[in-house]
Design a binder for this molecule. Structure first.
Ligand code: EPZ
Length: 417
C-alpha cells in the first residue's frame, strides 16, 4: 500500500512550485475526446488519477503520450470501446467521459464511477440533465448505458451547483444542436478552465465562473495547446502544512485569486500572508489560534477539499473551533486517525466537528482512507512531536504529484517507505 514516514516538529522553510490542478486537468482531458485533432497540454500534473484518465482515453482510441513535460492527446480516432474497469471505478472523474463520449460518439457504456468514499456520490443530476438533452439511459447493477440520436440544447436548472454535473452538461452541449443554458451552475475555477479550453478549441461558451452558463452548439472542435492552471487545493494543503509545522515558505504559482476564503481562514489562525504576482508568502504564527466556525461551501466559499487539512491544523493549535461540512455527508472519516495522534475532536451528525486544540499532537502510525484525509494526516504529522507513519500513500498519490518531494523542498523530514 506504501507509507509516508514523517519526523515532526521541524518548522518549514523554503519554496515549492505548485503543481497543475487535478480537478481542472481531468475534465479537460475528457473534453479532448470532443476534438478531431491533436492537443498539447502543459502543466498537467503527473498524478495517479491523470494516469488513469490516460488509460481510459487510450481505451477509447486516443493516442496519449508525454512529450517532455507536456502531454499530447490525439483524438482523431475515437470509438466507444470498453474501458478498463479499474480505471473507471477507481475515480469519480471518469464520469465526465459520459458527456464527452455522448458528444463525440453518441453512446457510452460506463461502470458506476468510483471516487473518494466521502459520501454517496449520486449521479441523479447528471442523468436528469442529459435526459433533457435527448439522451436515453439504461442502468444495470453497476453499469450505465447512455445513447442519443442527436444531442439537443436545453434549459437546465440544477438543484445544487454540482461541479461534475455542470462539467458533463457543458461537454454534452458544445456539439449539440442548439443552445443550452445551465442555471445554478457550479462556478469553481475548474469550470472556468474547462470552458477556456473548449473555447480555444472553437466552442461558444459564455458565463463560465457564474451561476448561469450559456453554450451555443457548434459543428466541430479542433485540437489545441492549453496550459492547466495551478492547483488551489494543493496550494492550500501546503499553506496549512506550514501553519501546522511553523516556519515560513513561498508557494510559487499558488492561484491566490482563487483562494480568498482559504486565505481569510489562514489569517484568522494567525498566519502572515503576502500575495505576490507569482505566488504566496506564508509566515506561520508561534501557535495557531482557534476560529469560531468555518463552514465548507461551494466556490467561492471555503472548499470542502481543504476541510480535513484544516482540522489537522486546528487540532494542533490552541482553543476551541468548530468546522461544519456542508457539501459531502461523510467527510470526517479522518477524525479517528487524528484522535490516535492525541487530537480532541467531537463530530456531531457527520456535519459538525468540535475541535479543542492540543497545542502539539503526538506522532503515531495512522492510515489514510481517502485523498484529502491522507493529506490531512501528513499535515498533522509535520506538526506533531516524534515520528508519524501514514499508511495508504496510494490515496494521496491520486492528487499530489509527490507530496514527499514537495515538503522536503520546504525542509520537512519526510520520505516514502
Ligand atoms: C468535484 O466532485 C471534485 N472532484 C471534488 O474533489 C470536490 O470535492 C467536489 O467537486 C466539490 O467541489 C473532481 O473534480 C474530480 P459535486 P463532484 O458534484 O463533481 C451532490 C478531491 O478531493 N450531488 O459538486 O463529485 C453530491 O453528493 C475531490 O479532489 C448530487 O446530489 O462534486 C455532493 O453532496 C473530492 N447529485 C454535492 O452534490 C449528483 O448528481 C457536490 O458534489 C451530483 C452531485
Amino acid at each position: 500500500m506504501g507509507a509516508i514516514h514523517i519526523h515532526g516538529g521541524i518548522p518549514l522553510q523554503g519554496q515549492v512550485m505548485i503543481q497543475g490542478s487535478k480537478n481542472a486537468a481531468l475534465p479537460i482531458l475528457a473534453a479532448s475526446i470532443l476534438t478531431k485533432g491533436s492537443n498539447l497540454f502543459s502543466g498537467c500534473p503527473r498524478i495517479a488519477d491523470v494516469e488513469q484518465m490516460q488509460m481510459l482515453l487510450r481505451s477509447l482510441g486516443c493516442v496519449v503520450r508525454w512529450e517532455g513535460d507536456k502531454m499530447r492527446v490525439d483524438a482523431h480516432r475515437v470509438c466507444s470501446g470498453s474501458m478498463p474497469r479499474e480505471a473507471v471505478t477507481g475515480m469519480r472523474s471518469s464520469l465526465t467521459l459520459l458527456g464527452a463520449m455522448l458528444g463525440r460518439c453518441g453512446q457510452i457504456f460506463l461502470e458506476q464511477p468510483g471516487g473518494c468514499v466521502i459520501g454517496s456520490r449520486p449521479i441523479n443530476l447528471h442523468i436528469d440533465a442529459l435526459e433533457k438533452m435527448n439522451v436515453k439511459f439504461a442502468r444495470g447493477d453497476s453499469i450505465l448505458y447512455a445513447c442519443t440520436e442527436g444531442l439537443k440544447g436545453a434549459e437546465i436548472h440544477l438543484a445544487c451547483p454540482s461541479v461534475g454535473a455542470t462539467e458533463n452538461i457543458i461537454l454534452a452541449a458544445v456539439l449539440a444542436d442548439g443552445c443550452t443554458v445551465i442555471h445554478n451552475a457550479a462556478a469553481e475555477p475548474e469550470i472556468v478552465a474547462l470552458c477556456a479550453y473548449l473555447n480555444v478549441c472553437g466552442a461558444h461558451i459564455e458565463g463560465a465562473g457564474t451561476a448561469c452558463i450559456r453554450i451555443e452548439g457548434v459543428k466541430e472542435l479542433t485540437g489545441s495547446a492549453f496550459e492547466i492552471p495551478a492547483d488551489r487545493i494543493v496550494a492550500g494543503t501546503y499553506l496549512f502544512a506550514c501553519l501546522a509545522a511553523g516556519g515560513s515558505v513561498f508557494l510559487e504559482r499558488a492561484p491566490v485569486k482563487e483562494m480568498k476564503a482559504v486565505l481569510e481562514v489562514a489569517r484568522a489562525l494567525g498566519a502572515g500572508l503576502q500575495c505576490t504576482g507569482t505566488g504566496l508568502y506564508v509566515q506561520a504564527p508561534n501557535t495557531v489560534k482557534s476560529v469560531p466556525c468555518v463552514r465548507t461551501a461551494v466556490y467561492p466559499g471555503f472548499p470542502t477539499d481543504l476541510q480535513s487539512p484544516l482540522l489537522a491544523v486546528l487540532a494542533g493549535g490552541m482553543g476551541k473551533s468548530i468546522v461544519e461540512e456542508r457539501i459531502f455527508e461523510d467527510r470526517f472519516r479522518v477524525v479517528p486517525e487524528l484522535l490516535r495522534m492525541g487530537a480532541k475532536i467531537r463530530v456531531e451528525e457527520d456535519k459538525t466537528a468540535y475541535v479543542e486544540g492540543q497545542e502539539c499532537l503526538r506522532g503515531a502510525r495512522v492510515t489514510a482512507g481517502e485523498l484529502r484525509g491522507g493529506a490531512a494526516l501528513v499535515v498533522a504529522g509535520l506538526g506533531a512531536s516524534g515520528e508519524t507513519i501514514v499508511e495508504g500513500k496510494k490515496y494521496i498519490d491520486r492528487g499530489y504529484e509527490n507530496i514527499c518531494r514537495d515538503l522536503r523542498e520546504l525542509g520537512a523530514r519526510i520520505y516514502s517507505v
